[in-house]
Design a protein around this ligand. Sequence first.
Ligand code: URP
Ligand code: ZN
Ligand code: ZN
Length: 475
Amino acid sequence: MSTKKIIKNGTIVTATDTYKADILIEEDKVKAIGKDLSDVYAEVIDATGQYVFPGGIDPHTHMEMPFGGTVTKDDFESGTIAAAHGGTTTIIDFCLTEKGKSLRSALETWHSKSDGRAVIDYGFHLQIVEANEEVLEEIPVVIEEEGVTSFKVFMAYKNVLQADDETLFQTLTTAREHGGLVMVHAENGDVIEYLTKEALKQGNTEPIYHALTRPPELEGEATGRAAKLTALADSQLYVVHVTCKEAVEQIAEARSKGFRVFGETCPQYLVLDQSHMEKPDFEGAKYVWSPPLRDKSNQEVLWNALKSGQLQTVGSDHCSFDFDGQKDLGRDDFTKIPNGGPFVEDRFSVLFSEGVKKGRISINQFVDMISTQAAKLFGLFPQKGTIAPGSDADIVLFDPNVERTISVSTHHMAVDYNALEGMKITGQPVSVLSRGEFVVKDKKFVGNPGTGKFLKRAKFNDRTIVKREEATANR
Ligand code: URP
Ligand code: ZN
Ligand code: ZN
């Protein structure tokens, strides 16, 4: 196998530039970019008619995660194979912790799930469920020694994953001191618990009640609370899976005051709405995740927030469960439907098709949202998130014109349905390289489980963050 490759005739697209040039790859890195590059020892890859993108970075996945009385269907092998087919070359997965156990033991569990399985590179965020003395002392240790620099606090899922405000605040202050980034699932879990019990008391058991007991006000309230605690702690916050106007407004307000508050949305909230949860014959369960799908008017709010830079990234929140045997645990009670949906494979192409092709965002903004901003926020830039000399050769050769229909019959995720079934999109990754080696070649998987490496990430550094608000204003 040649350790050198030259990608010729493609159009390179980064978060800032679009231009035609060749890329010389040597071993796992981009060695040079220029016109008419040649090297007799290099394998030549023809990218005529294709965009050459940096590999996607998905900052939000849940592989082989115990949740809702079952375990997510995709593990680090099937999930990363699907990710690679979809143009993603790095995932950052959520490592769950248990009260009373060390953070390090949780990381060991997650390493044992991923070691020898992943086909693309990966990192971990670490859940903080209880900020006791031992945990607060361990946070700087995992930042320095384990390269785990982001910490997730769930403000919902009462009696399961939820942490209290004291834990959130102490995590924020500790992260500020040691260079961590705190992430929140922002919904008011206490009020949701009350509304859920009331719904069940009244015999309301269908999937749609999942949405009706988690209204957008409760996401807005929790987002605002987390943002205010972040300001008080002078810390940094990343709000995962933002779904609605109420939450976007809170993030925008915090940012307008100069606070380090960032936000992510997901493809499902950009293209699906709450009416999917009303499908008959329990089909609505396929669309049960948290926060829930919203009224359609929120889609435009989210697109505008991405475009204007109020939200920075698009994660998949890939949390896959089969319809048969997993989602149907909640056939008689919506609270027993495992929360989550399968999106790791389609995140990249859906954002390209619905965003770039439909003129909602520029192609450079697309790269920024799908890759660069996640690399910057989570301490991977410039190793990942761009195409530049010295960066990892994580590269997607993308056909921007092929028309196709998303379907369970062609996807590579391990689940028995696709929540975007039948959606017509334009564009598809053709070949994908992870650190200079093909993992997908001509749409076929050619990688090997175990070649994906665990990434130790750098501390949070505000100076590397591109301010898309400013970039947009100057464009
Ligand atoms: O329903 C969801 N989103 N499941 C995954 C866990 C989470 O809240 O991100
Ligand atoms: Zn969540
Ligand atoms: Zn999630």
